[in-house]
Design a protein around this ligand. Structure first.
Ligand code: MN
Length: 232
C-alpha cells in the first residue's frame, strides 16, 4: 500500500487541532474541538486509542466500533478530570483496509472518498447540522454550503454519554484510491478539484501535498489534513 499524508494549521488558526494516523492497514483522520489546547488533546487521544487497539482479534466492523467507543470513553474521561478539557471532542474517520474491502468507522464531518476510474465517491455522511437538513430535504445544496451552522457537528467523539458510530464497508479493486480528509479541505476544495489533483500527481504524497497547498491557496481558514492511499 502506498500512502501519503499531510496536516497543516492553515493560515488563520493559531493551533492545529487536526491529526492523522497511519498504522499498518489502518488510516484515520481527526479534527478536534474545544478551548485552549483541548481540541488538540481530543484528536490526539482519539487517534492514539485507535492506534493501540488490537485489530485482527475479531471482525473488522465490530473491532472498529469498539475502538471508536474506547476513544469516546477515553476523551470523556480526560475531559471529566480537567476543567480546561471540559467539552472537548473530535471527529474521527477511520478506514481499515482489507485485501478487497475497506471497513469504515465514522463520526463527525471529516470524510472518506473512494477514487475509481476518474470518479470520486464520498463514502461517509457528514454529521453536521447543515448536512442533516440537506439529507432530510429541508434545505438545498447551495443553502447547505452557506449555512451559518454548516460546521456545527451533530455527533462527536467525546461528546455526550453514548455515541452513535457509522460503521460499514465497501469493495475495492486494483487501481482504486482512498482519500481521508478533514473539513479544512472539503470546505475549500470541491470534488472536481480533488479528482484533478489525484489524477495529476505522480504519488500519494505528492497528491497529499498538492491538496493541502490548494486549501492554503484558497485561504486556509481552517486546519487541513489529508491522507491519500493506493491500497494495491
Ligand atoms: Mn476543521
Amino acid at each position: 500500500m502506498k500512502v501519503g499524508a499531510r496536516t497543516h494549521a492553515g493560515k488563520v488558526r493559531p493551533n492545529n487541532e487536526d491529526g492523522y494516523l497511519i498504522r499498518d492497514r489502518l488510516l484515520a483522520v481527526a479534527d478536534g474541538m474545544g478551548g485552549h489546547k483541548a481540541g488538540e488533546v481530543a484528536s490526539a487521544v482519539a487517534l492514539e486509542v485507535m492506534g493501540e487497539y488490537p485489530f485482527s482479534q475479531g471482525q473488522p466492523e465490530s473491532d472498529l466500533r469498539r475502538a471508536v467507543q474506547a476513544a469516546h470513553e477515553r476523551v470523556r474521561e480526560l475531559a471529566s478530570q480537567d476543567p480546561a478539557m471540559a467539552g472537548m471532542g473530535t471527529t474521527l474517520t477511520a478506514a481499515l483496509i482489507g485485501p478487497d474491502r475497506v471497513f469504515v468507522a465514522h463520526v463527525g464531518d471529516s470524510r472518506l472518498y473512494r477514487w475509481r476510474a476518474g470518479e470520486l465517491k464520498l463514502m461517509t455522511e457528514d454529521h453536521s447540522l447543515a448536512a442533516e437538513l440537506l439529507r432530510a430535504g429541508r434545505i438545498d445544496e447551495e443553502t447547505a454550503r452557506r449555512h451559518p451552522h454548516r460546521h456545527a457537528l451533530t455527533r462527536a467523539v467525546g461528546i455526550g454519554h453514548s455515541l452513535a458510530v457509522d460503521v460499514g464497508s465497501f469493495p475495492i479493486e486494483p487501481g482504486d484510491g482512498l482519500l481521508l480528509c478533514t473539513d479544512g479541505l472539503s470546505a475549500l476544495v470541491d470534488d472536481e478539484d480533488i479528482l484533478r489533483i489525484l489524477q495529476a500527481e505522480p504519488s500519494a504524497q505528492a497528491a497529499a501535498d498538492a491538496l493541502v497547498d490548494l486549501a492554503l491557496a484558497r485561504g486556509g481558514v481552517d486546519n487541513v489534513t489529508v491522507v491519500v492511499a493506493s491500497p494495491h
